[in-house]
Design a protein around this ligand. Structure first.
Ligand code: SF4
Length: 166
């Protein structure tokens, strides 16, 4: 089986091309961490294992900060790996973090928009009465769908980050 890091590298290539295509509608920039401050972060077992590889490589002071953040972690709140508005495990982040910012077609044939579209950020310039006025990415980027391209059984392990680590 393809290694998980190879799989993620291939996914990143596709996401980069999507982001380049939609660059006029994407406003993600350094210092904006809204998507890491409000969420449940559903992730699967291979993603957790990869995330923990990233955690193991952190310097001690950052590990201590992450542990403190885990103690305070609440459902729907900030991700414990967020330190000073920046992801401490960026290279190892889960799929949901990688696809954030993009508008894509999901299983029900509806368009999934980024959390911040209604807050004047990504895709807000082409959003009218809740409907996005441009054709979205045709690939379903929901974690369940993406991780099943790597391992169909992994899709059955998805649960919220808080339930993996707290
Ligand atoms: S893992 Fe990183 S990118 Fe994902 S929610 Fe946490 S801080 Fe944000």
């Amino acid at each position: 089986m393809q290694s998980y890091s190879d799989f993620i590298n291939e996914l990143d290539k596709r996401l980069c091309s999507y982001a380049a295509f939609f660059k006029d509608f994407i406003m993600c920039k350094e210092g904006c961490s809204d998507c890491c401050e409000n969420g449940d972060y559903p992730i699967s077992q291979p993603e957790v294992e990869y995330l923990m590889q990233g955690y193991a490589l952190l310097e001690n002071d950052k590990k201590i900060q992450v542990q403190k953040n885990i103690q305070k972690m609440q459902k729907g709140g900030a991700c414990p790996f967020l330190i000073n508005k920046s992801c401490s495990v960026y290279k190892y982040r889960p799929i949901i973090c990688r696809v954030h910012g993009l508008a894509y077609l999901c299983a029900e044939g509806t368009v999934k928009l980024p959390y911040c579209a209604n807050e004047g950020k990504n895709f807000s310039s082409v959003l009218s009465s809740g409907i996005v006025e441009i054709a979205p990415i045709k690939e379903n980027l929901d974690t369940k769908k993406v991780i099943s391209l790597y391992d169909s059984k992994a899709a059955e392990t998805i649960k919220n980050l808080i339930d993996w680590i707290k």
